[in-house]
Design a protein around this ligand. Structure first.
Ligand code: UD1
Length: 328
C-alpha cells in the first residue's frame, strides 16, 4: 500500500514513461487506461492493469479498491485544435473525469495526486522565461481544462487534505533513450513527430507555421523537454508531497528555446534524410516564443533536465520512427 501507485493514463505517451520511472524507483504500479489513445505495447509485465474510463466513477472506485498510496493523473485529451472545435468532449473527459478521480480518491483514502498540467495555462507570455507566478490566461480550451483541474486540486487540498503536485510541462518530446517504450504515439500533432513522419516518408512534408516572427530565424521558439526528464520529475514530486505533506505547483521545462528551423536542421543531420519543408501562414494562437524557467523544480525537487538537448530529443524520437519508413 505505502508503495503502490495508480497511474491513470499509464499506457499513453507520457504515462508509459512515468510508469517506467516509477518501476525503476521501486514503486508498485497499476496502470488505469481506456486505451483511447494509450497503447497496449506500452504496458510492462511488472505493472498491473485496470481497464476503465475516468468518465465512469465506478471504474475508478473499483480500481482504487486495491489501496494506493498515490495516483498520477495523465488521462486528459491534449489536442489543442480539437479542443477548440469540440469543447464538450474536453470538458467531459478532462474536467468531469477529474472530478470523478478526485472524488474516488477521497472515498478510497488516496491522499497524493501528481497531475500532468501544461504551460498552456499561461497563454501568451508577458515576460520570458515564464515562471510559476506568471499570470494564467489560457488561450485555448485545452489549456482552460488544465487550469480548471489545477483549481479543483487546490480546493480538494484545502477541503479534503489531498496533497498534489501540478506539473506544468512545456513541450514534451523524445522517447526513452534506452528504447524500452514500444508504442508510438497515435495521431501526433506536435512539431517533432511531424518532422519525423516527413523524414520516414509517411508524410509529404513539414509545413512551417510562419517565418516572420520576431525570433532569430523568424520561426516559432519553444522549450522542448524530454519525456524521460518529465517522468523523473513525477517520481520526485510524488516523494516530495507525500513526505512533506505539502502541495506543489511547478514548471517543467528545459529553459532552452529551440526554433522550428533549428529542430528541422538537427533532424536532417541526425536522420540523414532531406525532410521536405515549406513555409506557410502563422497558426492562430501561436506565440512567437515560449520558454519557461524551472528554477523552482530545481530548488524544491533537485530536478534538472538531463536528456533535453535538441540532439537527444531528435535521436530518441527517430529511433521510433525510423522503422516505420522501412516497413512501408
Ligand atoms: C501546444 C500547447 C502545449 C500542449 C501542446 C500539446 C499552447 C501554448 N501550447 O504546444 O501546452 O502541450 O500543444 O499538443 O497551447 N509547428 C510548425 N509546423 C507544424 C507543427 C508545429 O511549424 O506542423 C510549430 C508551431 O508553430 C510552434 C512549434 O512548431 O512554433 C511547436 O508546435 P507544437 O508542437 O504544436 O506545440 P505548441 O503549439 O507549442
Amino acid at each position: 500500500m505505502k508503495n503502490n501507485v495508480l497511474v491513470i493514463g499509464g499506457a499513453g505517451y507520457i504515462g508509459s514513461h512515468v510508469v517506467l520511472a516509477l518501476l525503476k524507483s521501486g514503486y508498485g504500479v497499476t496502470v488505469f487506461d481506456n486505451f483511447s489513445t494509450g497503447r497496449r505495447e506500452n504496458l510492462f509485465p511488472e505493472a498491473g492493469l485496470m481497464e476503465g474510463d475516468i468518465r465512469r466513477y465506478g471504474d475508478l472506485t473499483a480500481a482504487m479498491k486495491g489501496g494506493f498510496h498515490a495516483l498520477v493523473h495523465l488521462a486528459a485529451f491534449k489536442a489543442v485544435g480539437e479542443s477548440m472545435l469540440d469543447p464538450g468532449k474536453y470538458a467531459e473527459n478532462n474536467i468531469s473525469g477529474t472530478v470523478n478521480i478526485l472524488n474516488a480518491a477521497v472515498a478510497s483514502g488516496v491522499h497524493n495526486v501528481v497531475f500532468s498540467s501544461s504551460a498552456a495555462v499561461y497563454g501568451e507570455p508577458h515576460y520570458l522565461p515564464v515562471d510559476e507566478d506568471h499570470p494564467v490566461n489560457p488561450e485555448n480550451f485545452y489549456g482552460f481544462t488544465k487550469l480548471e483541474i489545477e483549481r479543483l486540486l487546490f480546493w480538494y487540498d484545502k477541503l479534503k487534505g489531498l496533497r498534489y503536485a501540478a506539473l506544468r510541462y512545456f513541450n514534451a518530446s523524445g522517447y526513452d533513450p534506452e528504447g524500452r517504450i514500444k508504442g508510438l504515439e497515435q495521431n501526433p500533432q506536435n512539431l517533432l513527430p511531424i518532422i519525423m513522419e516527413a523524414a520516414a516518408g509517411i508524410r509529404e512534408k513539414l509545413m512551417i507555421f510562419g517565418n516572420d516572427y520576431a525570433t532569430e530565424d523568424g520561426t516559432g521558439v519553444r522549450d522542448y523537454i524530454h519525456v524521460s526528464d518529465l517522468a523523473d520529475a513525477h517520481v520526485r514530486a510524488l516523494a516530495h508531497i507525500a513526505a512533506k505533506d505539502e502541495s506543489l505547483l511547478l514548471n517543467l521545462g528545459s529553459e532552452t528555446g529551440t526554433s522550428v528551423l533549428v529542430m528541422l536542421e538537427t533532424a536532417r543531420r541526425i536522420t540523414g534524410r532531406p525532410i521536405p519543408a515549406e513555409f506557410t501562414a502563422r497558426r492562430a494562437g501561436d506565440p512567437a516564443k515560449l520558454v519557461g524557467t524551472s528554477a523552482r523544480a530545481e530548488k524544491v525537487l533537485g530536478w534538472k533536465a538531463r536528456h533535453s538537448g535538441v540532439e537527444s530529443l531528435v535521436a530518441t524520437t527517430w529511433r521510433m520512427y525510423e522503422r516505420l519508413g522501412r516497413s512501408d
